[in-house]
Write a protein that binds this ligand. Structure first.
Ligand SMILES: [Zn+2]
Ligand SMILES: [Zn+2]
Length: 284
């Protein structure tokens, strides 16, 4: 493997996803971004160990928003590894109790920036947090989109979906399971609101829009509720939506609630369609 190949390789590993805590590793060359640190720092260290990594091997911690299942371990991990916490101004302000004076760097939502070998495009998401974002990561023309903790499909997300080779998308709940479940009404209303969480059906709608004329190879459904969802239900809701339209080139998997995901790796875009080329041409 040549140095160029290494630089062009992007690897994504969901270490943990669910209401119990979220941490996702995005790696290219020697740049390793941890997106969210919603677990105790020691636990994140244990999840990195099987990949022969320690927190000191991380380049930065990126936060999507300040909720505890995304930010609770950020301060201790940042201090232990001597790496910055990178987030929007609103997130940094509201996450301050978790950060405890850790070094921070601010990005502007909507303004792409590089971290080492990875281009990071933070875009706004509708969620009940100070300044929540999703990320579109680009390495040598390969793009990975991450969007979780969102109550609706917003324009900035829909614009970026067709550009992504890998889509990590929330499929939080099945509306019927949520309806008959034990959550109190205020919580149910919060989840289904436009600034709450994304249902399986809405996730399927987003994936369909990405698959039609986009270049998605793989979809990984994340942040599944362990109370209001079932893994096969989330996965098959999205698979069936694609199948009904005769789309077979996109693989769909779901990450078990509060579990780890498969490793996704790509050297370069695998499949090119004229529509994808048009998306590339239009990309900044
Ligand atoms: Zn969350
Ligand atoms: Zn949240």
């Amino acid at each position: 493997v040549t140095a160029t190949d290494q630089a062009g390789r992007i690897r994504v590993q969901v270490l943990r996803s669910g209401s119990g805590g979220n941490a996702i590793l995005v790696e290219a060359g020697r740049t390793r971004l941890l997106v969210d640190a919603g677990l105790p720092a020691e636990q994140i260290g244990r999840l990195l160990a099987p990949m022969n990594l320690t927190p000191a091997d991380l380049t930065a911690i990126l936060l999507t928003h300040e909720h505890d299942d995304h930010a609770r371990g950020a301060g201790p991990l940042s201090r232990a590894a001597s790496i910055p916490v990178v987030a929007s101004e609103g997130t940094l302000a509201r996450a301050a109790p978790f950060l405890g004076g850790a070094p921070t760097e601010r990005f502007i939502t909507g303004a792409p920036f590089p971290v080492g070998d990875i281009q990071v495009d933070p875009f706004p998401l509708p969620h009940d947090a100070a300044e929540p974002v999703g990320f579109l990561f680009t390495v040598a023309g390969v793009r990975v989109l991450l969007a979780y903790d969102l109550g609706d499909l917003s324009a900035p997300l829909l614009e970026r979906l067709p550009a992504a080779d890998l889509i990590l998308l929330e499929a939080n709940y099945d509306p019927r399971l949520l309806g008959v479940g034990t959550y109190p009404w205020f919580l149910k209303n919060r989840i289904i609101s436009g600034t709450g969480h994304l249902s399986n059906d809405r996730a399927a709608e987003a994936v369909l829009r990405a698959a039609r004329g986009g270049r998605a190879q793989s979809v990984l459904l994340i942040h599944l509720s362990d109370v209001n969802n079932l893994l096969p239900l989330a996965r098959d809701t999205v698979r069936w939506a694609l199948e009904r339209e005769g789309i077979r080139a996109v693989t769909v998997e779901a990450v078990r609630s509060n579990g780890a995901g498969p490793t996704w790796e790509a050297l370069r875009p695998v499949r090119r369609t004229p529509a994808a080329a048009a998306v590339d041409a239009a990309a900044p």
